[in-house]
Write a protein that binds this ligand. Structure first.
Ligand code: ZN
Ligand code: ZN
Length: 269
């Protein structure tokens, strides 16, 4: 993903992408996703999507990539020559590989792919990931009722994305949301999602001046953080993807203060 660019234009682009993904999700035949939630594997932190048989429709995936390209070019015509070769590179074999590597967020593979094909570094992974998400989101919808909790450190129990966003629900309880697959699950108010630490002495909250609805929960054990947004006053609850994007200032504050989106357990020897 393009992490360094958070201009107004980029935010608008992301909103359009969220709308497209919602539309694409409706085009998937739900029968092509067959979850097989092995309890022991899930307790060991294997994400539900990895335990599901998914028959990807390659022609649909390619069509979505063409749609993203078209949208990117409308937003920035300079991209046209840079995106021109993509579709011809995407044979069925390459498309299947893209799906697999996007699923496991294999940044190294996509950087190499870009290099080998003379593309800008961000392009392949961005396209592959954007077109994969409707499948992850539909998988999340199918298994949502069975997703009650997450294993600390294992990321999202559906897609494995590192945890970084929570909201407070009507009775003040913490609900973690995955901005990638849109799954959600309950979590203890004072628990670090990255390392499981529940010690109130080493879990702190950073508040942001002028932003009454947001706080950053940080953990001194693993230096991980998550953003907590109190959405109780929102009339219309934004999707987790947009909530994540609209709260990107919190990521900057957390990272400036030395905290990471992925916790690292300190060596306590
Ligand atoms: Zn997820
Ligand atoms: Zn922690």
């Amino acid at each position: 993903m393009i992490k360094s660019v958070v201009s107004k234009e980029y935010q608008e682009l992301q909103k359009e992408i969220v709308l497209l993904q919602d539309k694409w999700k409706q085009q998937i035949n739900p029968e092509t996703i067959r979850p097989n939630l092995d309890k022991a594997a899930m307790e060991a932190g294997v994400p539900a999507a990895a335990l599901s048989a998914i028959d990807f429709e390659i022609s649909l995936y390619l069509q979505w990539i063409e749609e993203i390209n078209a949208m990117l070019i409308i937003n920035n015509p300079e991209l046209e020559p840079k995106l021109a070769s993509i579709i011809s590179l995407l044979t069925e074999e390459v498309a299947i590989r893209w799906i697999e590597e996007a699923f496991s967020s294999n940044h190294v593979y996509f950087v190499k792919f870009a290099e080998e094909n003379g593309l800008e570094e961000w392009i392949p992974q961005f396209l592959a990931e954007t077109a994969l998400r409707p499948y992850l989101q539909l998988t999340a919808e199918k298994v949502q009722d069975e997703i009650t909790h997450a294993i600390p450190g294992a990321g999202c129990p559906v897609c494995g994305e590192p945890v970084r966003l929570a909201s407070l629900n009507e009775d003040g309880r913490k609900v973690i949301h995955c901005p990638r697959c849109l799954a959600h699950w309950n979590a203890k108010r004072l628990e670090c999602a990255h390392c499981g630490n529940e010690d109130h002495k080493t879990i702190e909250f950073i508040t942001i001046e002028g932003d009454a609805v947001s706080q950053i929960q940080v953990c001194e054990e693993c230096n991980g953080y998550i953003k907590i947004i109190d959405t109780r006053q929102y009339i219309e609850k934004p999707s987790a993807a947009l909530l994540d994007l609209n709260s990107i200032h919190l990521d900057f504050v957390a990272q400036e203060n030395g905290y990471n989106a992925v916790g690292v357990k300190k060596d306590t020897h």
